[in-house]
Design a protein around this ligand. Structure first.
Ligand code: U2F
Length: 456
């Protein structure tokens, strides 16, 4: 056992979308489980740190966690084009030097050498950094087991399907990869098939580096995917630790959202409200927003809409005002609590992994409209494998397709079946987090792994 005062876990965040939050939650959970003498340093861009750390890079109640800013790669005076990949490309350009330099400064300032790198899995260069320092690298994959398995099989996929080949049969299944017979070519993240952007090259480098990680950690639970997928992951990685569904720390006022969502929900009958959120990074295109608004209004469905981008509300031309007696729009909702609320009957979602896991733990059926990355795979699992939700006709929102989806989930017989299926999956998640459950045991192993090395 190490002298814990010499243990210093350096966490590196990928500062886009929801990525920094679950990593910070994991750090908080580890810090609460480890000895108070263990030091946790959280490295992230200044812009992202300001949102997560309310006061001077510290978290109230967590004396052993401190945030440090790294450069974001944006040149001074830079004017953004509006392409969402641009800040990601600039940030990637600044890595790994930005993390390396700041870590060295922190080690110098604190006199405490890093004893473990715990990073977002995207930050694959940590494999080399950790090896140079002689400490373990633990990678946190913020999405589900199926997409990570597909990334690890990138070479097999490209050998079979070809790179940049637009003539691929989109309906072909990936049955040549263990456990992937339900996944179609159309579900694959574009980054796997096209290795020509900084982001896709980052993901490819990640797939080559992950086998060097001491462990890969997921907010997932054993049994959620086919055993063949889990076995393939086990054969490719040194250790895979499902530690979810991860508990959420108590929300602060801002995270709770301005409007009082929960008491508003409580004024509605059981399963009557549609909760709508497309995660932290996207707003559907205007015709799809209009189709969704039209159906909610036409069917008089009470809704709670987490509409993140205020500058786009005008696209709905008076919809929110006209429907204010039946609907509520907020910039941020306490989603975990909303999805567990008995008045909510359906979650209209982009199928980001955290949203899917929260929907399962809340027992909430989904209407899925995936856009990019792993979201199409998650939709496939939700609709065709777990049968806990539906997609929309044609893959994007139209008034007629959405009307059918609401009818099926909220008002039809199939809705009951979906609820039954989600109940079974939720039970599986609950078992995993019991005292002797696999996720609880995996989390204990993780605590041991990140705190058991010291530099003296
Ligand atoms: C990227 O996904 P997103 O960040 O867009 O979406 P989620 O993984 O679903 O995470 C959103 C989180 O934000 C929370 C919600 C989730 O924990 O509870 N939230 C909230 O609390 N209140 C709100 O009003 C709105 C959201 C990416 F786009 C996906 O493809 C990936 O699967 C995902 C994980 O890597 O990251």
């Amino acid at each position: 056992m190490s002298a814990e005062k010499n243990v210093h876990v350096a966490a590196f965040a990928f500062p886009f979308g929801s990525h920094p939050t679950p990593l910070l939650h994991l750090v908080q959970r580890l810090a609460a489980a480890a000895s108070p003498a263990v030091r946790f340093s959280y490295f992230n861009t200044a812009g992202s740190n300001r949102k997560l750390f309310p006061a001077a890079n510290l978290l109230p109640g967590h004396d052993n966690i401190k945030a440090y800013d790294v450069e974001d790669g944006v040149p001074e005076g830079h004017v953004f084009s509006g392409n969402p990949l641009e800040p990601i490309g600039l940030f990637i350009g600044a890595t790994p030097q930005n993390f390396k330099k700041r870590l060295e400064e922190v080690v110098e300032e604190t006199g405490s050498k890093a004893t473990c790198l715990l990073t977002d899995a995207f930050l694959w260069f940590a494999a080399e950094m950790a090896e140079e320092i002689g400490i373990p690298w633990v990678a946190f994959w913020t999405a589900g087991p199926t997409p990570i398995s597909l990334h690890l099989n990138t070479d097999v996929i490209l050998a079979k399907l070809g790179q940049n080949d637009d003539k691929q049969n989109q309906d072909q299944t990936l049955d040549f990869i263990p456990g992937m017979s339900a996944v179609h070519v159309a579900d694959l993240p574009q980054e796997i098939l096209h290795l020509d952007t900084p982001f896709s090259r980052l993901l490819y480098s990640m797939s080559l580096a992950l086998p060097r990680a001491a462990a890969v950690v997921l907010n997932s639970f054993d049994g959620i995917v086919d055993a063949a997928v889990e076995n393939d992951l086990k054969s490719k990685l040194r250790k895979i630790l499902n530690v979810g569904p991860s508990p959420h720390p108590p929300l602060n006022e801002e995270e709770r959202g301005g409007g009082d969502c929960l008491s508003w929900l409580s004024n509605h009958p059981a399963a009557a409200v549609a909760y709508i959120s497309f995660g932290t990074m996207l707003t559907p295109p205007p015709p799809e927003l209009s189709a969704l608004a039209e159906v909610l209004e036409e069917k008089k469905i009470p809704y709670l809409w987490s509409f993140r981008d205020n500058s786009k509300r005008h696209l709905l031309e008076g919809f929110f005002e006209r429907t204010s007696s039946v609907g509520k729009v907020v910039e941020w909702a306490p989603q975990v609590e909303v999805l567990a609320h008995s008045s909510v009957g359906v979650f209209v979602t982009h199928c980001g992994w955290n949203s899917v896991v929260e929907s399962i733990t809340g027992g909430m059926p989904m209407i899925c409209r995936p856009f990019f990355g792993d979201q199409m795979i998650n939709r496939r699992l939700v609709e065709d494998v777990w049968r806990i939700g539906v997609g929309v006709e044609g893959g994007s929102f139209s008034a007629s397709g959405l009307a059918k989806a609401f009818d099926v989930v909220m008002f039809g017989e199939k809705g009951k079946e979906i609820r039954g299926n989600i109940g079974k999956l939720r039970e599986c998640a609950n078992i995993a987090i019991e005292e002797n459950g696999t996720s609880t045991q995996n989390f204990k192993s993780l605590v041991g792994l990140v705190t058991s090395y010291d530099q003296d």
